[in-house]
Design a protein around this ligand. Structure first.
Ligand code: UGA
Length: 437
C-alpha cells in the first residue's frame, strides 16, 4: 500500500521505517529539513536501538523516502498523523498546534476513499473534531484513531510486533470500511497473532490516556510504598517482588526509584486531568494529581539523601551523576528526572558532573549550565559521591572494587535500585538505595 507518515519524531520515524519493513511504500513528511536530510541518508536523528539498521535496510528496497513537501502525501491510501502533542507552556493541557497544522496542510491533498489515521496522543474529542474536517473536505475519506503504545528503547520491536491494535472509527463498528484498510496495513502483525479491537473514536483516544495513567499510577504507587519503607526500615524491592507474585498485580512497572519522566507519562497524565476538567469530570482524575506529586517528591528525596551521603552539606561537594536520559537505551532527556536532580544539586552548591553514553548532546541543549563528561573514568575521578540515576547496562556492570580507587570517597546512591548492595558494601562503599534500609 502507499502510506504517508506525517511527523518524523520518535514515533513517526520509527513508524515510517516499520511500515516500509512490512512491505508498504512509505513517504515520511516533516517540516524539519534537517531531520528529513538525516533520515534520507538512513541516519536516525535520535538514538533508538535497531533504527539505523532498519532505515538502511528499507531504504535499499526503495520503499521509503522522506520529504518536507506535504504534496507528497497525495496518492497515499493511508495518511498517518504522528506529530507531537507536548504540554502547553504554563498549562497542563496538550498543545495541539502541530496536530492542527498537520491536518490543515494535509486536507487539500486528500483523495476519495483515503483513511487519515491519528497516532499522536490527543485529548479525547480530537478525533471527532478532525473527522468533521476530513469529511467536509472529502466526503468519502475516513478518520480513524489508532493509538500507539511503543516504548522508547524498544520502539522498533513494539511497532513491528505490538501487543494490541486499537482502531477507533466513527461508528465503532467492525464493518466500517476503514477497518479492512487498516487490517491490510497491519496484515503481518495480525497474522502473527496481534489482538485487534475496534472501538468508537472517544474510546480509542481514552485507551491511550488510560494506559499511560495506569502505568504512571503503578510507578507512583510503588514509590509511595518506598516512602513508607524509608520511614519504617523496610525494603521496597523485596516488597515489590512479593506483591508482584500475585499475578493480578504483576511485578512489571513496580520498580521504585527516582520516578518517571520522558516525553509521555508526565505530560499525558497532566493533559488527561486538564481534559477531564473541561468535560466536567475532573473529580474522576484528582488521584492523578497525587500520582504526579509522589513522582516529583522522589526528585527532592534524592537531593536529601545525597546531602545525607555527603555528611550534611552539598556545598562544594563533587557529585557525579551517572545517566542523563529519562531511561536507558534512549537519548531522550525530556523531563528526565536525572537531569532535573542534577540541576537541583548544582543549585544547592554541589559541583555536578553528568555522564551518559548517548544523551549528552541533548542534555547540553536543555541544561547548558551543567558540566558534562562523556568519559566514565574521568567523570567519576575524585567524586565525593556517585548517583546512579539512569540504569544503563554500563552502570549496572560497574565494578565497585575498581571504582573505589578512582573516587575521592566511596559513596553511592543507587537511584534505580539496580546494584547489589552487599557487593558494594563489601568493596568499602557507603551504599544508599531508594526505599531500602
Ligand atoms: C511510555 C509507555 O510505556 C508506552 O506504552 C507509551 O506508548 C509511551 O509512554 C508513549 O506514550 O508514547 P516511555 O515513555 O518510552 O513509554 O517509557 P516507559 O518505559 O514507560 O518509562 C517511563 C518512565 O518510567 C521512565 O522514566 C522509567 O525510568 C520510569 N519507570 C518505569 C520507573 O521509574 N519504574 C518502573 O517500574 C518503570
Amino acid at each position: 500500500m502507499r502510506i504517508s507518515v506525517i511527523g518524523c519524531g520518535y514515533l513517526g520515524a520509527v513508524h515510517a521505517a516499520c511500515m516500509a519493513k512490512l512491505g508498504h511504500e512509505v513517504v515520511g513528511i516533516d517540516v524539519d529539513g534537517q531531520k528529513v536530510l538525516e533520515l534520507s541518508a538512513a541516519r536516525a536523528p535520535f538514538y533508538e536501538p535497531g533504527l539505523d539498521e532498519l532505515l538502511r535496510e528499507v531504504q535499499e528496497t526503495g520503499r521509503l523516502s522522506f520529504t518536507t513537501e506535504m504534496s507528497a502525501a497525495a496518492g497515499s491510501q493511508v495518511q498517518f498523523i504522528c506529530v507531537g502533542t507536548p504540554q502547553k507552556k504554563g498549562e497542563n493541557g496538550a498543545d495541539m498546534t502541530y496536530v492542527d497544522a498537520a491536518i490543515s496542510a494535509l486536507l487539500p491533498h486528500l483523495a476519495p476513499g483515503v483513511v487519515v489515521v491519528g497516532k499522536s496522543t490527543v485529548p479525547v474529542g480530537t478525533a471527532a473534531r478532525l473527522a468533521e474536517l476530513v469529511e467536509h473536505q472529502e466526503p468519502t475519506a475516513h478518520a480513524v484513531w489508532n493509538p500507539e503504545f511503543l516504548r522508547e528503547g524498544h520502539a522498533v520491536s513494539d511497532t513491528l510486533r505490538p501487543d494490541r491494535l486499537v482502531y477507533g472509527v466513527t461508528d465503532g463498528s467492525e464493518d466500517h470500511p476503514a477497518v479492512a484498510i487498516l487490517d491490510e496495513v497491519y496484515a503481518e502483525s495480525l497474522a502473527a497473532g496481534t489482538q485487534r479491537l475496534v472501538t468508537d473514536h472517544p474510546t480509542a483516544e481514552l485507551v491511550k490516556a488510560a494506559a499511560n495513567s495506569f502505568l504512571a499510577t503503578k510507578i507512583s504507587f510503588i514509590n509511595a510504598m518506598a516512602e513508607v519503607c524509608e520511614a519504617s526500615g523496610a525494603d521496597v524491592t523485596r516488597l515489590a517482588d512479593a506483591i508482584g507474585m500475585d499475578d493480578r498485580i504483576g511485578r512489571k512497572f513496580l520498580n521504585a526509584g527516582i520516578g518517571f519522566g520522558g516525553g509521555c507519562l508526565p505530560k499525558d497524565i497532566r493533559a488527561f486531568m486538564a481534559r477531564a476538567g473541561e468535560l466536567g469530570a475532573d473529580q474522576a482524575l484528582t488521584f492523578l494529581r497525587e500520582v504526579d506529586a509522589i513522582n516529583m517528591r522522589r526528585r527532592t528525596r534524592v537531593v536529601e539523601i545525597t546531602r545525607e551521603l555527603c555528611g550534611g552539606s552539598l556545598l562544594g561537594k563533587r557529585i557525579t551523576v551517572l545517566g542523563a536520559a529519562f531511561k536507558p537505551e534512549s537519548d531522550d532527556v525530556r523531563d528526565s528526572p536525572a537531569l532535573s536532580i542534577a540541576a537541583q544539586l548544582q543549585l544547592q552548591g554541589a559541583i555536578v558532573t553528568v555522564s551518559d553514553p548517548k544523551a549528552l548532546a541533548n542534555a547540553v541543549r536543555r541544561f547548558p549550565e551543567l558540566q558534562y563528561e562523556p568519559d566514565l573514568e574521568k567523570a567519576v575521578r575524585r567524586a565525593d559521591a556517585l548517583l546512579l540515576l539512569t540504569e544503563w547496562q554500563l552502570y549496572r556492570d560497574l565494578d565497585p572494587f575498581e571504582l573505589a580507587g578512582l573516587v575521592a570517597s566511596p559513596r553511592i546512591l543507587d537511584g534505580r535500585n539496580v546494584l547489589e548492595a552487599p557487593k558494594w558494601r563489601a568493596a568499602g562503599w557507603t551504599y544508599r538505595g531508594m526505599g531500602r534500609p
